[in-house]
Design a protein around this ligand. Structure first.
Ligand code: UDP
Length: 478
């Protein structure tokens, strides 16, 4: 039977989540959807807009999506306030900010969506909602306005599955894990996982506002019409298909820009240093890239051990040392003395275009905190990893990289680390011998990912679009 098309154009309202590791794939998803002919209204939090536009354009009066629109994509761009003035220190007042995100922000989104749906042009469109899975409001708002609700999960299916089955884990006494080390085999689609590999939010009995948000979000997602996951079906086949038994769940990753190393849409919260010239002076595969992502705080002692370990290893390195990485106020933790000792062995920058760096032939390894985007990007470029997970999903992501896919090694057993250990692991990863096996495994995982882009992920995305259109049509008849 021929598909019945609605005369109204499908129009996604996409409200981004305010963290760097969520913004990047969410923007990429908007571009992907727009390139399939969808109209998008993309919405950033006002303070995120200010941070991106200030750091990338030195002006806040810019439309971040104008270049994408000029290339023919139908994307409107606007902002929404979170209720705090721009200068409010959100990170420094995390509890107050998070509480408002949980309680007040949904009302703002509700008003915002209501306005769009009642605008003059609304009769030309069939609106639907796409929100990050960590948002606590989509199902209520979608229900109120009778629109389709799509949830986007920016982490692996394994992590989704553990949060999703929180009740089961609690019932069995495995959450909070409380230092217990036990293998769990009863979660559908997960053959076996040790409680030590659970995300940090499932580890301790402490309950913060962030725990409340995470757990509320995972109740909310159970009412989503569709869930898109930034993973590769072949890499997480069982977890993906088990989740699909509960709700329509599509592995559509990796959701990257069309040109992997450059995006037409600015997405970075910090200005990006360009290290291309320095990398040009290094031989292929000789540089270790080091980054702990956009959020993690690291103990001063650890940073100093990593710094000394890098020197001891005698391997070239490019280190992203983000301002605010260290818990103390001292951004100049690495003294002029240290920087002089590095000479030409290393380069330290506050932030970079990570995709551009990882795809540079000089890069031969990645010392990473195991953020999910970093892992996907590293696999895409075939760069094996040394894993130093710090919190949240990073702990669970490490299991996939080291234990399951064997494309990385652990830096150490826990958080504490010594310079000798750092140097030893770097030499293992960057030298021949033991790392040859890693490189072989990486080749096959990378192939799987690259094949998925035109294969399973593309098919899953197309299936999602088909299902979405059918659902939108059925809603209009409600
Ligand atoms: N990133 C970047 N420049 C940097 C460091 C990181 O552009 O100097 C990007 C990186 O490519 C990734 C994102 O920031 O897409 C970080 O996300 P991830 O999930 O790896 O970690 P998180 O920051 O969420 O902990």
């Amino acid at each position: 039977m021929a598909e019945i098309e609605s005369p109204r154009k499908p129009h996604a309202i996409m409200i981004s989540f305010h963290l760097q590791g969520h913004i990047i794939p969410f923007v990429n998803l908007a571009i992907k959807l727009a390139s399939k002919g969808f109209t998008i209204t993309f919405v950033h939090n006002e303070f995120i807009h200010h941070q991106i536009s200030k750091s990338q354009y030195n002006s806040t009066q810019v439309d971040i999506f104008s270049e994408a629109r000029n290339s023919g994509l139908d994307i409107n761009y606007t902002t929404i306030s979170d209720g705090f003035p721009l200068e409010f220190d959100r990170g420094g007042n995390l509890n107050q900010f998070a509480e408002s995100f949980l309680i007040d922000f949904p009302t703002r989104v509700d008003e915002f969506v209501g306005k769009i749906l009642h605008s003059q042009s609304s009769s030309s469109y069939n609106y639907f909602l796409i929100a990050d899975t960590l948002c606590v409001w989509p199902a209520k708002i979608a229900k109120k306005y009778n629109i389709v609700n799509v949830s986007f999960w920016t982490e692996p299916a394994l992590v989704f599955s553990l949060y999703y089955h929180l009740d089961l884990l609690r019932k069995n006494g495995h959450v909070p894990a409380n230092g217990l080390e036990e293998n769990i085999t009863y979660i559908p689609g997960i053959q076996s996982i040790s409680t030590k590999d659970f995300m940090s939010y499932l580890q301790g009995s402490e309950s913060t506002i962030i725990h409340t948000i995470m757990f509320a979000a995972f109740e909310e997602v159970k009412n989503a019409d569709f869930i898109l996951c930034n993973t590769v079906q072949e890499l997480e086949a069982e977890a993906v298909s088990a989740l699909n038994e509960n709700q329509p769940f599509y592995a559509v990753g990796p959701v990257f820009p069309t040109d992997f190393s450059e995006s037409t849409v600015a997405r970075s919260l910090l200005p990006e240093s360009d290290s291309t010239e320095w990398l040009k002076t290094k031989s292929p595969g000789s540089v270790l890239y080091v980054s702990f992502g956009s959020l993690a705080k690291i103990d001063e002692h650890v940073i100093l051990e990593v710094a000394e370990g890098l020197l001891l290893s005698e391997v070239n390195f490019l280190w992203v040392l983000r301002p605010g990485t260290v818990s103390c106020d001292d951004d100049e933790i690495l003294t002029v003395g240290y920087k002089n000792r590095i000479k030409d062995q290393g380069l330290i920058v506050p932030w970079c275009k990570q995709n551009l760096v990882l795809s540079n032939p000089a890069i031969g390894g990645f010392l990473t905190h195991c953020g999910w985007n970093s892992i996907l990007e590293s696999i895409w470029c075939g760069v094996p990893m040394i894993c130093y997970p710090l919190f949240t999903d990073q702990i669970t992501n490490r299991k996939l990289v080291v234990d399951d896919w064997k494309i990385g090694i652990n830096l150490c057993g826990g958080i504490s680390v010594s310079r000798e250990e750092v140097a030893e692991k770097i030499k293992i990863l960057m030298g021949g011998g033991k790392s040859d096996g890693l490189k072989e495994e990486m080749k096959s995982v990378r192939n799987m990912m690259q094949n998925a882009l035109d294969g399973s992920s593309e098919r899953n995305f197309d299936q999602f679009l088909k299902d979405l259109k059918a659902k939108i049509l059925s809603k209009t008849k409600d």
